[in-house]
Design a protein around this ligand. Sequence first.
Ligand code: OAD
Length: 231
Amino acid sequence: MVMTGAGVSSESGIPTFRGPVGLWNNHRPEDLATPEAFENDPSLVWEWYDWRRLLVLDAEPNPAHYAISDLELYYPEFLVVTQNVDGLHRRAGSQKVLELHGSITRARCYSSPDHIEPLQKNQKLKEYPPCCPECGEILRPDVLWFGESYDEEILSECLLFAQDCDLILVVGTSGAVGVPAAIVGTAIQKGAISVEVNPEESSLTQGVDFYINGKAGEFMPKIISELQRSQ
Ligand code: OAD
């Protein structure tokens, strides 16, 4: 099992949230990533998500994403759980991916959540907020905001997998968000060997078996080739 966070995409040029150049350094999450923020100013929230969406569409997966997608070929029971909304794991070829925090490339209707809309590629939205083509209500980004509940189905799939996995690779996450940290904790408690790759120690570092102090793009391909050699 692999748990990834924003750090796995930082070498693709996508900013992380925390740390000296993180997004939460210049923006307050409560102004941009909560249901209240959206109710107060949906245009501002959309403008920010659209800026991030275009960054993501301009970016390419990096060697860490490709290494993780290669793993799937070697292990029939495999899962990537990502906190990222950028879709780069899938673009690198991963198929067994659960996106805990949704996807920035989709919108969903604010009134009818089952109306899901893919957003047009490589183009700024024509209006903020955009409207639902099915019912005319406003759309919201199809991401999880602070204060919202996780999708129960996705969460229980992650937890079930964590309970049973032999190895968990924890890549590029600060461990600051409780639910993903708890998924990692579950795997460790249930006996999985744990390996973290991060150039900075995180709140998860103390609990892992092996800590690799380095960048994901550099070290994931090395770990994967070692695993392949030992197969
Ligand atoms: P953070 O921004 O909290 O942490 C990014 C982590 O990546 C840090 O520990 C960095 O040291 C590490 N990092 C930076 N560059 C790296 C590299 N090249 N290789 C490996 N690691 C690197 O991001 P997350 O832990 O993903 O949630 O944050 C979790 C959630 O908090 C996000 O999904 C988002 C945010 O608020 C929501 O918006 C709901």
